[in-house]
Ligand binder design. Structure first.
Ligand code: MG
Ligand code: MG
Length: 264
């Protein structure tokens, strides 16, 4: 069942979604070669809790951390560990915050200094595909229009659009109906309705679209070990068009100040 929100509820959702961006901005200040993903996770957890919020991922389905950190060929759901960030890494970080009973869920892929040109292009295209998907969130459109916008753009670069994972509705819980696929046909699927709140999250690869799941029950990797990228925003569908509840603004300001990161 799709849970429709009032405009008042959509306003109430914003602080949770914005706190995710602030958390990712804080984390991004600390991304540098040698730092472990576990250290980044503790920074996020402390930051979230200091803002009177809960890290939504921690304990979700048994997930052990506050962030999913997925490096290079890892697509999503990477578990923070002693693994150290290296020069040239592609670091996807997904974060969830629960604040005042609402969930925010957003992801950004960071380019560590020394990144290969082909990986940088993947990041730029994946980021843009998210905004193309958001642009399709107009009343009268259908879910398939979002998927089509993402898929057609990414495939025009020869990239793989991961099928095994997708976006979702969100509200008081992280995963509500509907599923928001990153592929699809125009004019198909459920109609977009005023008050729908969804997380759109393209997961795109430089190669094959197929993925495998590790024995840890979480980490998802491209089958051909090609690099993957992941960007996610929370979006409300309104009579005036899509409203992005989350934000990359603070993340991208922080990236500019971190000489270990490249601007996407
Ligand atoms: Mg997410
Ligand atoms: Mg999500």
């Amino acid at each position: 069942m799709i849970r429709i929100k009032t405009y008042e509820e959509i306003e109430q959702m914003k602080p949770a979604a914005l706190l995710v961006g602030k958390t990712l901005a804080e984390v991004s200040k600390h991304i540098e070669p040698g730092v472990s993903t576990k250290t980044l996770d503790s920074i996020a957890e402390d930051f979230i809790r200091s803002h009177n919020a809960e890290p939504t991922f921690k304990g979700y389905g048994g997930f052990p951390a506050s962030l999913c950190i997925s490096i290079n060929e890892n697509v999503v759901h990477g578990i923070p560990s002693k693994r150290a960030i290296k020069e040239g890494d592609v670091v996807s970080i997904d974060c969830g915050c629960t604040l005042n009973g609402w969930v925010g869920d957003s992801a950004y892929t960071f380019a560590v200094k020394g990144i290969k040109d082909e990986d940088m292009q993947l990041l730029r295209v994946t980021r843009q595909s998210l905004y193309n998907g958001i642009e399709a969130c107009q009343l009268g459109h259908r879910l398939g229009d979002i998927g089509y916008a993402i898929q057609s753009y990414c495939e025009s670069f020869g990239y793989g659009v991961v099928r095994d994972l997708c976006g979702h509705g969100l509200g008081h819980v992280m995963h509500e109906d509907p599923q928001v696929l990153n592929y699809g046909r125009k004019g198909t699927g459920a109609k977009l309705r005023e008050g729908m709140t969804i997380a759109i999250e393209p997961m795109i690869t430089l190669g094959n679209k197929e993925v495998v799941f590790h024995n840890d029950g979480w980490t998802c990797t491209t089958v051909d070990n090609s690099t993957a990228a992941h960007f996610e925003h929370d979006v409300a569908i309104t009579k005036d068009g899509p409203v992005i509840l989350s934000s990359f603004e603070e993340i991208e300001s922080a990236i500019k100040l971190n000489s270990n990161l490249e601007i996407i």
